[in-house]
Design a protein around this ligand. Structure first.
Ligand code: BTN
Length: 242
């Protein structure tokens, strides 16, 4: 799928920008909105997403899918895998904290936010990714969870443009495959990159906390949690609190 680019100097949130303007985007393509600065970045579960001017990659991919396409709830996994390939090609041992946090040494390097609006069997997908690229420790210390940046871990500055270009190529290729076969061709790779398999975790599904052992990921990308009563419960959304 081809990609149209929109580069912004400053915006409240690339997600909001995409939602306000998508009527004008070419629906046969992916539109990639990136901003040097986000003044009101959004994270999952209504959390805010912090970024420092020029140091982060703040990106929203907008595209349409059929609402009944296979495994739609796992579309953000595909973006996580596309980004992970960029870093693994640079020999960085990045992992996934389900659903799609990208982690380096168990510290968060990038997060995804997927918002989907469905009308007349068409899904408008607003798929955001925030990446800590050239942030220093002073900024990272302001984040309320264990986090890091590429610069901190590799002790060098990264070229954000190059990361964005590689991410776009990987994502567009993976999206074509996803449209055809859903999550199935990505399942094994995704599961192999997963943190905490076999570990006792606390899981929050948006309403309630569960304690159990992270069992596996099913073929649709959902998390299987092994509960103390022997039941395996499957979740399509939520967070590992650990
Ligand atoms: C999370 O881990 O909670 C998701 C973070 C997603 C942040 C990105 S940055 C680009 C896009 N615009 C936003 O406001 N949020 C996403």
């Amino acid at each position: 799928m081809h990609i149209d680019d929109i580069f912004l100097e400053s915006v409240d949130s690339t997600q909001n920008f995409a939602k306000q303007n998508f009527q004008q985007f070419d629906k046969s393509k992916i539109t990639c909105i990136s901003a040097e600065e986000q003044t009101k970045g959004k994270g999952r579960f209504n959390r805010s997403w912090l970024s420092s001017k020029k140091d982060n990659l703040n990106i929203t991919f907008y595209f349409q899918l059929k609402a009944d396409c296979l495994h739609l709830t796992s579309i953000a996994h595909i973006l996580a895998l596309s980004f992970i390939k960029v870093l693994r090609d640079k020999n960085l041992d990045v992992k996934i904290k389900w659903p799609n946090d990208v982690m380096l040494l168990e510290k968060k390097l990038a997060g995804m936010l997927c918002e989907i609006e469905i009308k007349n069997n068409i899904a408008d997908v607003f798929l955001g990714i925030g990446i800590n690229v050239n942030n220093d420790q002073e900024f990272i210390d302001k984040i309320d969870q264990k986090a890091t940046s590429l610069k901190i871990e590799t002790k060098k500055d990264w070229d954000k443009k190059k990361i964005l270009e590689k991410l776009k190529i990987n994502f567009s290729k993976n999206l074509d495959l996803f449209k055809e076969k859903g999550f199935l061709p990505f399942h094994e790779k995704f599961e192999n990159l997963l943190l905490y398999v076999g570990d006792k975790i606390t899981f929050f599904d948006g309403k309630k906390e569960y304690k159990g052992v992270l069992h596996s990921i099913n073929a649709e990308g959902c998390l299987n949690l092994y509960l103390p009563n022997g039941e395996i419960k499957c979740f399509a959304a939520g967070d590992i609190l650990k």
